[in-house]
Design a protein around this ligand. Structure first.
Ligand code: AMP
Length: 590
């Protein structure tokens, strides 16, 4: 018998999930479904993302709700728009063979009138992010008086993002006798409190060890000098030719810098961060899902809710500020029973953080050596050879060129042809990695190296030292040319064009160099400046400023319904730029 039938799921649903490739329940499904199907328990499930949580609560909901009625009976709250859409879509797929199931996804950054229309038409399951949900409740546009089940998905994330008050307000509009099902990857005190305040004697389930990472994830770390980090990162990527990865940075600026450097170096990479509009984020995500991108460079907040299967590697280019975020980051790989590797690039001073993470995830890290140049070259060569074996040959198309091809190779032996062919792709790597230094550090080297590190962030092709490189959140999408933006900066700040060096105009932002003596003037000049209704933001690009307060701020952006709102906000204190890092460090939990 199909194991889902044994769990109590009806044939119609089992047929639908079989089509999705669900052959047997995942551990959380196996344990949660029978409990939730009773409909009589509050429930706390501790499980990582990617473990099959959506079906663990989605299938029981489909069994328990009355679809002949058209009022909301279940409310699923989750932290991000991406997750919200995913859950709604998944439930619809599970319900494919059940008539009259109506699911609405309610999230910010999209037209509220469409969502209101769907609600008016009648829905039984509302999947929502808290900000937009509250907005709709505030308009008196939804009636939760018949809600029987509330699911709080990724509860720890929602609290991290500051949704506690919104959740309280939303829950207060639902009946006292409803059942609450809470899912969380971690169980910090705040989540524990929710369980205590909102639930009666909940059934608790832990899949895997508490707070531990997914057992299918291997955790690796590399010790490198700060200045070698990017080069080491590239070696790791190059020695994994089939990598499909998410690279985490701590700040928006760092995210952009790494993505730019990678693109310049010929990789299929792009960045995902809070300064992008929802439309831009969707575009990047689509390219990543379609595999047009091999590397997605993201901040923690922007990457929440990303549920792309088959991510082979998560790379912590910088360790997260909050230890808990490591679990969220690494949970983006090894989904749906697959295996994955979470890599951290650290300097010697950060080794203590690795030890702390080990305690939290209950699993040791493996120390790895940054591959030497010749090892990378070998990996690339054999990846190429492998590709030759696996390439799909289109006989119809190639056949007509073959005689000519054969003729032109007539004077070469088979060995000669193979050699030349392999060299074609391969010379690039050979050249690049010829004489490549060993990037691994020993303790002595690291101490002197780190002191030098900061100024040489991206190594040899750095910017002039008497100039400071700044970031401004305006670019070609705002119809600026390089000349325009030069004029705009000069006019706004009253500095001479001579004080400005190189300008790198990008889509939504621009990097520009300013003589060190004029930097303060530029910062002052851009205080409280708006451009087309958007707050203009200038930051020191070299120091990795950006969304280092991202957690708090992004809260607002999600609540306001989209990634852009962070950009729209006014700067709270004029000279605040320099303080960001310091403030953050005080708050840091390391
Ligand atoms: P979730 O944790 O709900 O986001 O699920 C992670 C991924 O696993 C999704 O792509 C699901 O479609 C997939 N999945 C969930 N349950 C199963 C199952 N029983 N068998 C195979 N894949 C599953």
């Amino acid at each position: 018998m199909n194991p889902f039938i044994e769990l109590g799921i009806r044939h119609d649903i089992v047929n639908a999930i079989t089509e999705l490739g669900f052959e047997k329940p995942t551990p959380i499904q196996e344990q949660a479904v029978p409990v939730l199907l009773t409909g009589s328990n509050d429930f706390v499930g501790l499980a990582q993302t990617g473990t099959g949580k959506t079906a663990a609560f989605g299938l029981p909901l489909l069994e328990l709700l009355d679809f002949s009625q058209k009022h909301p009976q279940a409310l699923v709250l989750c932290p991000t728009r991406e997750l919200c859409l995913q859950i709604a879509k998944d439930i619809e797929k599970f319900a494919k063979n059940i008539p009259n199931v109506h699911v609405v996804a309610v999230y910010g950054g999209a037209s509220i009138s469409d969502q209101l229309r769907q609600i008016r038409r009648g829905v039984q399951i509302v999947v929502a992010t808290p900000g937009r949900m509250l907005d709709i409740i505030g308009r008196d546009a939804i009636d939760f008086s018949n809600v029987k089940y509330v699911v709080l998905d990724e509860a720890d994330e929602m609290l991290n993002m500051g949704f506690q008050e919104d959740i309280n307000n939303i829950l207060s509009t639902t009946p006292d006798e409803k059942k609450t099902w809470l899912f969380s990857a971690t169980m910090p005190a705040e989540v524990r409190r929710i369980a205590k305040n909102y639930m009666t004697d909940p059934f608790e389930l832990t899949v895997g060890t508490k707070n531990s990472g997914n057992a299918n994830i291997e955790h690796h770390y590399y010790v490198v000098r700060a200045r070698d980090k990017y080069a080491a990162f590239k070696r790791i990527v190059d020695s994994n030719p089939e990598i499909f990865g998410i690279v985490f940075c701590r700040t928006k600026v760092e995210t952009q810098e790494i993505a730019e450097a990678l693109i310049k170096d010929g990789y299929n990479a792009d960045s995902l961060h809070g300064d992008l509009s929802q439309q831009q984020r969707d575009k990047v995500m689509k390219r990543y899902r379609d595999r047009s991108l091999q590397l997605l460079i993201a901040t923690d907040v922007a990457a929440r809710g990303i549920d792309v299967n088959d991510v082979t590697h998560v790379i912590n280019f910088s360790l997260p500020d909050e230890i808990e975020n490591y679990t969220h980051r690494s949970g983006r790989t090894a989904r749906a029973g697959k295996t994955g590797i979470s890599i951290s690039l650290v300097n010697l001073k950060e080794l203590g953080k690795i030890r702390q993470i080990e305690k939290v995830i209950g699993k040791p890290f493996v120390k790895m050596e940054v591959p030497k140049g010749d090892a990378v070259v070998e990996k690339q060569l054999f990846a190429l050879i492998n590709k030759v074996h696996e390439v799909a040959v289109n006989d119809d198309h190639i056949d007509r060129y073959l005689p000519q091809i054969m003729e032109s190779f007539a004077d070469l032996s088979k060995e000669e042809i193979i050699k030349r062919f392999a060299s074609l792709e391969f010379n690039r790597f050979l050249e690049y990695y010829q004489n490549a230094p060993d990037l691994n550090v020993d303790a002595h080297e690291a101490r002197s190296g780190d002191r030098r590190g900061k100024a040489e962030r991206f190594g040899r092709d750095g910017y002039k030292s008497d100039y400071t490189r700044l970031f401004i959140n305006l670019g070609s999408v705002d119809d600026f040319t390089r000349g325009d933006i030069l004029g705009y900066i000069c006019n706004t700040t009253n500095i001479s064009g001579k004080a400005i060096g190189k300008i790198d105009l990008k889509g939504v932002y621009t990097f520009f160099e300013v003589e060190n003596s004029s930097v303060d003037k530029v910062f002052r000049g851009f205080q409280n400046v708006d451009f087309n209704g958007r707050s203009v933001r200038v930051e020191n690009a070299g120091e990795g400023r950006g969304d280092s307060r991202g957690g708090e701020k992004r809260t607002r952006s999600f609540r306001n319904g989209g990634g852009e709102s962070g950009g729209r906000r006014k700067r709270e204190s004029g000279g605040g730029f320099r303080d960001f890092g310091g403030k953050r460090r005080e708050k840091s939990r390391w």
